[in-house]
Design a binder for this molecule. Structure first.
Ligand code: SAH
Length: 362
C-alpha cells in the first residue's frame, strides 16, 4: 500500500505530539522537559486553544511556542441526530478534508466511534468508505481531536438546555471503527492512542479503547506490544475463499495467518479478541459458514460480533432478515463460540457500520 502524504503545514501542530514528544519539543526550545507536560495538560485537560491561556508558562516560552507551533482544530460542519439517540458529527479538517465521528449512547455507556483516515485504501466490497479510496492518513492530533469535538457538541447541548439528551455526558468508550484502517495509519493511530490514554490528558483506560483492523499482521502485533488496548479483527467469513472474495487485503494477509497472529496477541486475564462478522445474505450466513468459523476459532480466546449488513447505495449485497441473523448466531453459540449481534444504530442518518462515506462537495 502506498503511503499517503501528510497535509501541508507551516508549523508543528502540538496536538500531534504525545506527551513524551512534547517534552522533547520544548527541550529543543531550550526549556526544561516538564514544561512539555504543562503544555500537554493545557491542551488536552484544560482545553486551551491558544498559548495566551497558558498562564503558568513564562511569556518568552509562550512567544517561542507561538512562532514554531500551533494548536490545531477541526470544525464541526454538521451534526445529524438519529431517532435512536446516535449522533453523527461531520468534521472539517484544516485542509478542508471531511471525516465523520459517531456518538452512540447505550445505557450507561456513551461510545465514540472515531475515524483514522480520510477514506480508506482497503476496498472491502461491502463497505461504503471503501468506495472512496484513500485521500490521506489523519494526523494523531486530528484523530484525538474527534473526542474534543464530541465533548464540545455535548457541552453545546447542555448550554442549549438539552441536558436530558442521552448523549449529553462524558464519553465512556472509544472505538476506532469509523472511516479508515487504523493500522494502515499506524504511527498516527498509536500517537493518538497515547494521547487519549495519557493520565495527564483524558486518561482513558486502554481497556476502554478498541482498535478495529482488517488484520494487518505486523502492525497488529506491534500495537499489542505497545499499548494494552482492545483488539477487534474483521473476519467476515468462515473460510479463506469467501474472505478473499470480500476483502482484497486477504491476499496479502490470509485468514489463517491473521488467526495465527491473533493467537499470539497478548491478552490480559479474561480479555478476548473480538471478531467482527458482517452478515451478508446468501454470502456468508449459512450453517456451513458458522461451522467453518467455529472450527477456525477453536481454542482462541474470542467472541464474535455479528453485524447484519447495513445497506448503502450501490452495494451489491443484501441484509439478511432478522430470522437468518438469529439462526446464524444461535448456530455459532451452539458450536461453543461466544456470539453477540451488534444492534444497528444510527441507520436513519447513515451513521451505521460501513455507511460512513463523505460525499465530496461539488
Ligand atoms: N478498517 C477497520 C475499521 C472499520 S470498523 C476494520 O475493517 O476493521 C467497521 C466495521 O464495520 C468493520 O468490521 C467493517 O468490515 C464493518 N462494515 C463495513 N461495512 C459494513 C456494512 N455495510 N454493514 C455492516 N458492517 C460493515
Amino acid at each position: 500500500m502506498a503511503e499517503a502524504a501528510a497535509p501541508p503545514t507551516q508549523t508543528t501542530d502540538l496536538r500531534d505530539l504525545p506527551r513524551e514528544a512534547l517534552r522533547d519539543f520544548v527541550r529543543e526550545l531550550g526549556e526544561p522537559a516538564y514544561r512539555g507536560d504543562q503544555v500537554f495538560r493545557w491542551i488536552w485537560r484544560h482545553g486551551a486553544s491558544s498559548f495566551d491561556e497558558m498562564t503558568n508558562l513564562p511569556h518568552g516560552l509562550r512567544d517561542r511556542l507561538a512562532e514554531s507551533s500551533r494548536i490545531g482544530a477541526a470544525r464541526i460542519a454538521q451534526v445529524d441526530r438519529s431517532v435512536d439517540g446516535t449522533r453523527k458529527l461531520l468534521l472539517q479538517l484544516e485542509d478542508g478534508a471531511r471525516i465523520e465521528a459517531v456518538l452512540i449512547p447505550d445505557g450507561e455507556r456513551l461510545t465514540l466511534c472515531i475515524s483514522s483516515q480520510v477514506g480508506c485504501a482497503l476496498a472491502c466490497r461491502f463497505c461504503a468508505t471503501g468506495t472512496m479510496g484513500l485521500t490521506r492518513h489523519m494526523r494523531a492530533g486530528e484523530i484525538a481531536y474527534q473526542l474534543v469535538a464530541a465533548q464540545q457538541e455535548m457541552l453545546d447541548d447542555e448550554v442549549a438546555g438539552r441536558r436530558a439528551d442521552p448523549a449529553a455526558r462524558p464519553v465512556t468508550n472509544i472505538v476506532m471503527m469509523g472511516m479508515g484502517e487504523p493500522l494502515h495509519n499506524y504511527d498516527g493511530t498509536l500517537a493518538a492512542l497515547q494521547i487519549l490514554t495519557d493520565e495527564q490528558g483524558f486518561g482513558y483506560a486502554p481497556a476502554r479503547v478498541t482498535v478495529s483492523t482488517v488484520g494487518l499482521i505486523p502492525q497488529m502485533l506491534a500495537l499489542g506490544r505497545a499499548l494494552p488496548v482492545r483488539l477487534a479483527v474483521s473476519l467476515h467469513a468462515g473460510d479463506a475463499d469467501t474472505r478473499r472474495s470480500l476483502m482484497p487485503i486477504d491476499k496479502r494477509y490470509p485468514m489463517d495467518e491473521v488467526l495465527a497472529a491473533c493467537r499470539e496477541f497478548p491478552l490480559k486475564t479474561r480479555e478476548r479478541i473480538t471478531f467482527e462478522y458482517t452478515l451478508l445474505r446468501g454470502v456468508n450466513d449459512g450453517d456451513e459458514d458458522a461451522r467453518n468459523l467455529a472450527v477456525k476459532l477453536e481454542g482462541l480466546r474470542c467472541k464474535v460480533n455479528v453485524l447484519p449488513f447495513n445497506e448503502h447505495p450501490g452495494a451489491p449485497f443484501e441484509r439478511p432478515d432478522d430470522e437468518a441473523v438469529t439462526q446464524f448466531s444461535e448456530r455459532l453459540r451452539s458450536l461453543g463460540v461466544e456470539t453477540f449481534v451488534r444492534t444497528t444504530r444510527g441507520r436513519d442518518i447513515a451513521a451505521a457500520c460501513g455507511q460512513l462515506a463523505v460525499k465530496s462537495e461539488s
